[in-house]
Design a protein around this ligand. Structure first.
Ligand code: FAD
Length: 562
């Protein structure tokens, strides 16, 4: 179905730096944010002015296990894709080993690579994907599809005891929008397209897919589908599960084709089985997605609420009402304090306005330690945006919130893709910063929030370090919403042991309080221990049956999810 002549060259496929997030030379800075160092000192007892504590990762010190792919097998793959599109060098194999979870970053910095893929292959079209898969299954090799390498659920790494040859199948050259059906708003897109490349191609013709995860710049359409991703404008555009209408998935011996129809009653949805399958059902080569005309106007407004209870009640009312914002997000008091601390120094009129606002809120009896910052996004034509905003304003007022205009929202919009760099900044200074997210019904959200804070506090006590937790609610639905937690602490002698204690406590709290183990990060290896408690023993049995029947040799990304 695709034409290979104008495919992107392998040398032009973009990857993140081997040891951290994003591209070389870009990072988080605190010097221009005067509130940040005191904030971090108070939250986790880390002195940022003391500088970096750990050594810069040095590739020459890594011990990369040798490739076990035989020359004959590499020659077979090269025969399919061309010699320059099959690589076995150490740097490429390291780049394709892990995703970007905190566990991955800690291990890569410590030079811990138990098992790397043995060979990386860059097909130019679906026919080449089919040949690679057939040859690999024939040779009983393992195939791990690679998108942007941004997952944080341990979805990519080969199992440390894997004795078979491991092929990392990088979809980076399959990055084109192939066709747009303007009548239906459906676009056929190759699965390896990174967020910015995909949106640029759609925008050129006046369309958008509207899927903007925080990892947008370094993740791919195929990866989003394979992990059941969700973007920050999901309230309007839906999660990836809603956006995907059709699929092409290459399996051993043939292609699974799901034609794009608006809805179907064809038994259990095979489309849904592929969504979230993390490479276990085959390699997604093409996705037909719902696209929308670029909105005439787009605005993100900021609001303050007296406390989280008032704010959550307002978010719930908005979800139940006729209003359809693109973003509804509210930070709890801790995250609000963090956001204010990461703001650049304000000067002149802006500074006066900020000081005036805080004084006004205090006069109204608000405690600045409890107030919560919310962002609500609106999209559409001028009249629609105006009407939506006035409806939201009314709900906000009823819940004693106040609007503070578009300034903070515009700032949030600008820096949203920079925030991921903070984890590397903290690791350079010997501290962990990571996230866990869940979803639960409205009736349980406050309970989940409280349970996670309690669990995190107990975990910090156990490891004996001061720790920090903060949270926001985003991605709302009629029945509930996603709660997203960030946690941080300074490492002691056993970084991963300490990390496990905190991460496990938070995941278990999700389950115990009625939430799911993940709203949008997938399962991989990281969340697999809780899957049975989440979907029941019978649910796991059905899933194991599906993977076992679809892939009897266990060649497709084995041991992930279940
Ligand atoms: P990869 O990491 O390369 O792969 C993930 C899994 O999908 C693997 O199992 C892989 O084998 C499989 N896979 C990849 N491509 C294919 C394919 N074509 N066919 C079959 N299987 C395939 N996620 C969100 O949803 N929302 C967010 O806001 C968000 N923010 C993040 C912020 C940060 C800082 C980080 C580090 C991660 C974030 N994530 C977020 C998680 C991550 O970006 C998503 O899981 C993303 O969907 C992964 O896409 P990828 O292309 O990087 O996939």
């Amino acid at each position: 179905p695709t034409d290979r002549t104008d495919a992107t060259r392998t040398d032009d496929v973009k990857h993140m730096k081997w040891w951290g997030w994003g591209v070389e030379g870009v990072g988080f800075r605190h010097e221009d944010k005067p509130g940040f160092a005191p904030f971090v000192q108070k939250a986790i007892g880390l002195d940022l002015w003391a500088g970096e504590r750990t050594e810069r990762p040095d590739f020459s010190r890594l011990r990369v296990p040798a490739s076990t792919a035989s020359e004959e097998f590499v020659a077979v793959l090269s025969g399919i894709v061309g010699a320059g599109n099959t690589v076995v060098d150490d740097l490429s194999r390291v780049v394709h080993t892990y995703g970007k979870s905190l566990r991955d970053l800690v291990r890569i910095r410590a030079g811990e690579i138990a098992r790397s893929p043995d060979v990386i292959v860059y097909p130019a079209d679906e026919a080449e994907v089919q040949s690679i898969i057939d040859a690999s299954v024939e040779a009983d090799a393992v195939i791990i599809p690679f998108g942007g390498g941004s997952n944080i659920a341990g979805s990519l790494e080969p199992h440390m005891d894997e004795s078979r040859v491991v092929v990392s199948l990088d979809l980076g050259r399959l990055n084109r929008v192939l066709e747009i059906d303007p009548d239906s708003g459906l676009a056929r897109v190759q699965a390896g397209a990174l967020g910015p490349d995909l949106e640029a191609q759609l925008n050129r013709d006046g369309w958008t897919m509207g899927h903007f995860p925080d990892s947008f710049t370094h993740s791919t359409l195929g990866g989003w589908v394979a992990t059941r991703s969700s973007g920050m404008q999901s309230d309007k555009y839906g999660d990836i599960a809603d956006i995907v209408k059709g699929l092409r998935v290459v399996r051993a011996g043939g292609v699974l084709v799901i034609r794009a129809v608006p809805s179907a009653s064809t038994g259990p949805s095979v489309r849904e089985m592929v969504v979230g399958s993390e490479g276990r059902l085959g390699v997604i080569t093409e996705v037909t997605v719902q696209v929308h005309r670029l909105p005439e106007k787009r605005a993100i407004h900021a609001y303050f609420f007296k406390n989280l209870d008032h704010g959550l009640a307002a978010m719930q009312k908005i979800a139940e009402s006729d209003v359809s914002p693109s973003v509804t997000r509210i930070s709890d008091a801790h995250e609000t304090a963090f956001s204010l601390a990461t703001s650049k120094e304000s000067k002149g009129i802006q500074k006066k306005a900020q000081t005036g606002l805080m004084a006004y809120l205090k006069r109204r009896g608000w405690s600045l330690d409890e107030m919560c910052l919310s962002f609500i996004g609106f999209e559409g034509d001028e009249a629609h945006v105006k009407r939506q905003k006035s409806l939201v304003d009314r709900i906000v007022r009823k819940h004693h919130g106040i609007g503070v205009g578009k300034g903070p929202g515009a700032l949030y919009d600008q820096k949203k893709f920079d925030t991921p760099y903070i984890r590397d900044f903290l690791l350079d200074r010997g501290a962990a910063g990571d996230v866990s997210e869940t979803a639960g019904p409205w009736s349980k959200l406050r309970g989940i929030h409280a349970a996670v804070y309690e669990a995190a506090d107990r975990a910090y006590e156990k490891i004996g370090h001061a720790g920090w937790a903060m949270s926001h609610m985003s991605h709302s639905y009629h029945s509930g919403a996603c709660l997203y937690f960030t946690f941080a602490f300074v490492f002691g002698d056993d970084p991963l042991g300490e990390y496990d204690i905190v991460k496990r406590a938070i995941q278990q709290a999700f389950i115990d309080a009625g939430g799911t183990i993940s709203h949008h990060h997938g399962v991989g290896l990281e969340h697999a221990p809780w899957l049975e408690e989440d979907i029941s023993t019978e649910g796991v049995a059905i899933m194991s049956g599906l993977f076992g029947a679809a892939d009897p040799g266990g060649n497709f990304n084995p041991r992930k999810i279940v």
